[in-house]
Design a binder for this molecule. Sequence first.
Ligand code: GBH
Length: 469
Amino acid sequence: MTDRQFPPGFLWGTATAAYQIEGAAAEDGRSPSIWDTFSHTPGKVVGGDTGDVAADHYRRRPEDVELMTRLGVGAYRFSVSWSRVQPTGTGPANERGLDFYRALVDDLLSRGIQPCLTLYHWDLPQELEDAGGWPERETAYRFAEYAELVGSALGDRVRLWTTLNEPWCSAFLGYSSGVHAPGRTDPVASLRAAHHLNLGHGLAVKALRAVLPTEAQVSVTLNPAYVRPFSDAPADVDAARRIDALATRVFTGPMLEGAYPADLLADTASLTDWSFVRDGDTATSNQPLDSVGLNYYSPTLVSAASGDTPRVMADGHKPSEFSAWPAADDVDFHQAPGDRTAMGWSIDPAGMYELLMRFSRAYPALPLLITENGAAYDDKPGPDGSVHDPERIAYLHSHLDAVRRAMADGADVRGYFLWSLLDNFEWAYGYSKRFGAVHVDYATQQRTLKSSARWYADLVRTGRLPQPE
Ligand code: GBH
């Protein structure tokens, strides 16, 4: 590999998620997910925004696939809306819902774009939440049935399958801090949710393997934290260890090593004895995978609580009065100095390098995919209608340079997916944050390629990072 050249066959892609782009919330038999309920609850999402229409991708699918051909990407990572294809979260398929994904996959394949399907990007069918949601064991079994249903329907044409996207967010933002759907604030429920997500992942991998052709690849996407201690004082280093356990090892332990880390169980012993983990569960979670997907945006900087540091979250916003970190109230989260994106997230490409090297060293046989990386900026069309986003280009450039360095140092990175193809519904931030390579004018649904999209298209075409500007 020459200095700035990525290897031939490196998968260049772009990513989205169902609730963030599709809209058509009640079309063709879809029923509500927890995100429909949550976004329609006053006070939960900035501006009262909902995904009812979003980027109208359900109706504009052909146009959006055309956009991908303009980017020249070889792969597209999307998620399936569970309540679109199995409205109550159990029972037979809703064929009209599946037809949308069949058509999408056919569109992609006819243009030489590899479909990469994520089964679960946070949108649990509301009926399953009403029955207790992820804190209940039954949800893991429902997830495996859903995996089998989608696997049977699309297994003949989708090669790359991902079970969960960022289970940390589902468990701890959904059930502990409550800033994501379903908005519950019960730390014990969040630990139970984490376990049933791990179990559901393992059961789903088994279900997929049973119905998919042997050449299909199965993966999971995590958002492992790159946690840095504020200082090398032992108390700060210990705070970083604890947050790393709650952010990353709570999932990599069962999924990739077959056991929960002992320090995690000890750290949370004041809340639970983890008796919801049954014999054999972590062995079930620990299914062989063909790759692991990593999403990286920004590092996490922590210290032991000093009492006089104001508590701020990594994104610069005041924390929910409920913590996302069970049994870690004595940890403070800090803002690193330096540039930030419009999310308030600090820009630190070294975190990308460190994360890749950590996974590469810990799991040398497991290929890595960067399934999300990108940045929000306050993009606005200029007088001529064009959208210039040099900050996003700089962000992508520096992070891809970190990827290339990790690869040069031995990390087996097979692909990179830019988050996101389109501006979209940014969860609790609604439409106020724009992550797209393509600008969306929500009033008209007009799409405009930003300058970063053209920059990325050049990179995809040449496989070579240009000299930084
Ligand atoms: C991803 O989530 C999602 O997969 C995607 O849908 C989303 O649009 C995209 O990124 C952009 O947000 O240290 O407590 O402040 C990323 C979610 C954001 C979760 C940063 C952890 C820091 C939590 N991550 N967040 S805290």
